[in-house]
Design a protein around this ligand. Sequence first.
Ligand code: ARG
Length: 397
Amino acid sequence: MHAPAPAAPLVPPPGEVLAEAVEFLHLYHDERRLPGVAARIAQLREEIALTGTYRHTTEELVYGAKVAWRNSVRCVGRVRWAGLKVRDRRTVVTVSGIARELAQHLVAADNGGRIQSVMTVFAPDRPGVGPRARIWNDQLIRYCGYRAGGDTVLGDPAQVAMTDAAQRLGWRPPPVLGRFDLLPWVIETEYEDPTLVEAPRELVREVALVHPEHRWFEQLRLRWHALPVISNMRLRIGGVDYSCAPFNGHYLGDEIGTRNLGDQGRYDQLLPVARGLGLDTSREDTLWREHAALVINQAVLYSFKQAGVRVSDPHTESELFMKFCAQEERAGRPVHGDWSWLNGSVGWAALHAVHHRYYDTRVPNLNLWPGERAYGPTGVAQLGLRQRHVAARLREG
Ligand code: ARG
């Protein structure tokens, strides 16, 4: 059997604002069956000639955000793309205003446990200068990773660089360090230096993990947050970049059970769980790793369900993804997808989407792209937003 072709890397093609704008406006008017595309294009031609960019109407922004999700080649949950709730907050440009909106995003997304997909869109980037606001965290809710001597980390090893960055900015961790301490937010704008904001703990829903059959499981004291809110990706619609546009869906059990808690470079829980199960871990051919991963996944799905928090199991989700493919094909659109991202699961070979191997591996440009990093090995050399905007204003005189 041949491996399916991997999708193109997530790098946007060099764009030209007018060409992308025209393409987007045609798509928007066609798909929504709206009249007046020629007049709208004439208008934004003029706006672009004058200012180098143009302003989306709220309706265009909302539709563009939904299509960006629909085009996200790594997401298996895209059947829900039209149900995205988009909050147009382009006028909010201060750290305190952004922090308030992020808190409200958490409330809208949490939706009493029946997680709602939400995106909050702040002001677009200034062309040729950069983002007007940037959230340093990769997600709004993440756990600290503290260096604990040698290679050991207390908490989430994936967050060591962010935890360091927050501490360098003056953040003080709680007096007793834990494995699941919430990271603070770091928000930066063109007028304000990177600023620490304590994440509103009372708005962060978490689920303590128990297993339906293994009583001892709860003694591992594992937990996870209910909401994955990605905050470091750049939304690009019709040639306009929105670097500050956090969005969330709901969790697929494997993201937590297999990867976050199971990966050796994350919480690394396969061995403790295998010990609890009394498995022989001295040799690989007992498949104790698969057994332990399965038990953690059962605990995640069971505990979320018990707590009334929306979560998907991989088989149901994969079947829904096939529905998405069928819908897209009916609409005459190619299904863009990255097979390797669409098919992660402990029981992967039984997934529907595994056997649907021929996706269009090109990545459409109206999309969500990796944002620029503000800290860590690739981010340290970058200028802060404020310095960058001041320099640009001086250049312009
Ligand atoms: N895998 C990431 C995490 O474990 C979340 C990515 C987005 N997932 C989602 N279901 N929308 O936190």
